[in-house]
Design a protein around this ligand. Structure first.
Ligand code: URA
Ligand code: SF4
Length: 191
């Protein structure tokens, strides 16, 4: 598994398949543990991710780590993290359809090699890549879908969305995230 992953990583590090290669500082391939039951797929690298070459290391990433911590999961031991796009779009704009198309083969291969039991689809960009028929993250979040190799997939809100919505009241995005992550942990413990 590690050898195959490294092969794909090496390809990504040298990739020039889409124009994002020209403005990147680092390719952001993954973080966390490869032989994990749980893979989280985010959107695209931001400023800090591009600087460090690791996914989810900025403010949204810190919140994501806290959310996992609440259910005793961590990227050091239990979770593998990657993105739909491996290079940072300028000014953090949404990736263009042709950029997502160009990069999709790497995500597909990552998932094929990792064969996770659970795939968390984090935010609307990842939702659009992995479940293109779903109408939006607000409607799709919290539900289980069938994924590749028998994986269960659940869309969840992106932590940057939670950073913009402070309320913890019942029905708020943070409250919904708490329901979702508890359900994810429940499923994780049964698999
Ligand atoms: N947001 C993402 O979707 N991915 C990252 O790696 C960082 C922020
Ligand atoms: Fe290649 Fe993906 Fe980077 Fe585009 S975003 S250059 S397809 S690795």
């Amino acid at each position: 598994m590690y050898e195959k992953l490294n092969e794909i990583k090496e390809k990504c590090l040298n990739c020039k398949k889409c124009p994002l290669h020209a403005s990147r500082t680092n390719v952001v391939f993954s973080d966390g543990v490869a032989n994990s039951k749980l893979v989280l797929v985010g959107e695209a690298p931001g400023y800090w991710e591009d600087m460090k070459g690791l996914p989810f290391v900025g403010r949204a990433g810190q919140l994501l780590d806290k959310i996992f911590e609440c259910v005793n999961l961590s990227r050091k031991e239990h979770v593998y993290i990657c993105n739909t796009i491996k290079c940072r779009p300028p000014e953090n704009r949404n990736p263009l359809p042709e950029e997502k198309e160009a990069c999709k083969e790497y995500l597909d291969k990552q998932l094929e090699i990792l064969k996770p039991k659970i795939i968390l689809i984090c935010g609307s960009v990842a939702l659009n890549s992995l479940l293109p028929n779903e109408k939006g993250i607000t409607r799709a979040r919290g539900k289980w879908f069938d994924g590749p190799n028998g994986a269960k997939m659940m869309p969840i809100f992106h932590p940057s969305y939670l950073l913009r919505n402070d309320s913890r009241e019942k029905g708020s995005p943070k409250w919904l995230m708490w329901q979702d992550i508890k359900e994810v942990k429940r499923m994780y413990d049964t698999l």
